[in-house]
Design a protein around this ligand. Sequence first.
Ligand code: ADP
Ligand code: MG
Ligand code: MG
Length: 252
Amino acid sequence: MLSIQGLKAKVADKEILHGLDLEVGAGEVHAIMGPNGSGKSTLAGVLAGRDAYTVTGGRVLYQGEDLLALSPEKRAAQGVFLAFQYPVEIPGVANMYFLRTALNAIRKARGEEPLDAMDFLALAKEKMKLVKMDPSFANRGVNEGFSGGEKKRNEIVQMAVLEPKLAVLDEIDSGLDIDALRVVAEGVNALRSKDRAMIVVTHYQRLLDYIRPDHVHVMAAGRIVTSGGPELALELEHKGYGWIEKEPPPRT
Ligand code: ADP
Ligand code: MG
Ligand code: MG
């Protein structure tokens, strides 16, 4: 599904990713952990094609094709979805109007008919139930005045509606209390499927108690420095990140 080879990228003339390798297969959930500033959001932003990042080396194959050659819109149309660490607010644009527009752009790119307002609303309401989101959020401005937890739930609703093949979730747990964390994690788990790969970026092990990943990778200073199974996340919980930065263990 995704093959990242020697990826280098810079932000504002500073190289942040220094040669990152990652292989993700269909149906797999990969957790990417690491200290603040290690480049996790940079990786997510590069995969989504955000303007702020410039790729300076390496390659990224998505379903065997050069992902980096595609515009952000084409990436979305081909099933790449990114949930941001800091979801944008778009005051004055109704939340579900925005999402319907996004969905119909993707459907159009695939040669499918647009969903009309009624059909879309039925779909959106069903998906909102997944994360126990009140129907009143359909008509509010996109993330406008949403709490941290409501924004994260909204990201999961977007993912559920857009049905991506590859979802990258950047710190969907940040700022959530334990109940919201559980709801968001259950939403994510409901969307796990053999056809869908997920990359779950998190600073904390806690999320991985609820979303049990197949593989765990640790980033430090712009690279993946070690990989393992879920037990690696627990080890980090006990030891912190200091040991990885001092003396990276061999990759397994
Ligand atoms: P993480 O998500 O792992 O906390 P980031 O990818 O957000 O890390 O950041 C990696 C590094 O890139 C940090 O040192 C951060 O300060 C720097 N960085 C990120 N965005 C910018 C930017 N827009 N301008 C300058 N530096 C940036
Ligand atoms: Mg961070
Ligand atoms: Mg980040």
